[in-house]
Unconditional design. Structure first.
Length: 159
């Protein structure tokens, strides 16, 4: 429960507080772009990563709500959903991470998605295909496939 609280505090409350600090001024100006970072893990619950998946799903849906609130105001709201990125946190994963990108590889892709004002951008595009399949997969099949997926060691999935 402590890990869940901490992850939700950073990934949801922290993100919401940050965007809320800028949204009123942008709305008054009638322009600007607010950007949040969720994850491909936000589309389905991942075994051993409940706190992370839940926090990123909450971040993605909160961003969607903000986007609908600001619709027509001139303010764009973009949610970036990256797949695996080579970081100190992912380096401890003892499993294969498909379509792994370095920070230098993902940064320009994120910048392009923001410039294009994409509502939800799953990066890399290959992960967009994976998440599309995962979202329409029947629950019984997803449960069977995902339950056997490799898991990050406990205590390391803090963000």
């Amino acid at each position: 429960m402590d890990i869940l609280r901490k992850v939700l505090e950073v990934n949801v409350s922290g993100m919401a507080a940050t965007l809320a600090a800028f949204a009123p001024a942008m709305r008054r100006a009638g322009r600007g772009t607010l950007v949040s970072v969720a994850s491909v893990a936000s589309f389905r619950g991942l075994a051993g990563n409940g706190a992370y998946s839940a926090s990123k799903a909450a971040a993605r849906v909160w961003t969607e709500s903000l986007r609908t609130e600001l619709h027509g105001s001139g303010v764009s709201v973009v949610c970036i959903c990256p797949g695996y990125v080579d970081t100190p946190l992912t380096r401890v994963n003892g499993f294969h991470m498909p379509f792994l990108l370095t920070a230098d590889q993902i940064a320009p892709r994120i910048a392009r998605a923001i410039a294009a004002k994409r509502r939800v951008a799953v990066i890399p595009w290959q992960m967009s295909l994976v998440t599309s399949v995962m979202r329409v997969m029947p629950n019984w099949l997803y449960d069977r496939l995902a339950s056997g997926a490799p898991r990050k060691p406990r205590g390391l999935s803090s963000g």
